[in-house]
Ligand binder design. Sequence first.
Ligand SMILES: [Zn+2]
Length: 284
Amino acid sequence: MSFWIDTHCHLDAAEFDADRDAMRQRARQQGVALCVIPAVHAHATHVAQVQQLAHSWGDAYALGIHPMCAPTAGERELRQLADQLDAARDDPQLVAVGEIGLDFFVPELCTPEMRAHQDWLLREQLRLARQHQLPVLLHVRRSVDAVLKALRQLPPVGGIAHAFVGSRQQAEAFLGLDCRLGFGGAMTFERATRLRALAATLPHDAIVLETDAPDIAPSWLYATAAERAAGRRQGRNAPEEIPRIAQVLAGLREQPLAQLQAQVLANTLQALPRLQALLPGNTA
Ligand SMILES: [Zn+2]
């Protein structure tokens, strides 16, 4: 039996307030056995919601401070995160430290001071991940080389470069640091020729699947700027899209879907070993 796993989805997002349980149920019907829900900051209510969703659905979660939350995160928030990781130490549904990383795309995060602050926050969280022997879920936007530099200095016990966009050389650098690459909606656009070429030719153990729901809508849900101006809302991405995203990947790699599914599952369990115990049939 094989399953799909969405390795990165923000199912606590307000976009799902109206139909959260039904949305998760639809994904389950599509064979998405597990979702990994990353926290984005250490506020108690947010962390409680992420944990509660994972616990109520039998899913997995990660704890961490997202680079976009860096402006309001300092020593105090890091201590909070450290306490939360300690408290969840024996929770089998905690599978990683994340979402952590660097964002050099958002202008207010790109001042020299804020870049340095993000880098400090990332390194402190890489240290926490090493202490807890947990893999990392990495946000890497316009920052591949800076994230790689931090990883080389503080090597993780594995992880995922989420929503990977980069060169083959950068992809191989992540693989060399025992990190897999998260592919999702971005690869479904025909114009994404470089990313699709990479998806088609990376080694078989390189790729894991993700939606980044509710964001990074695949091509079939995407509303163009013109459509949005005409009143169409941007399509909401959800874990139920994973099988169709996988079909695109299987097409690019000229691989039978079932074979790709088994390979991607193996890769995901390599990246996030604690998921193994959460798979259907494996729960104690
Ligand atoms: Zn994310």
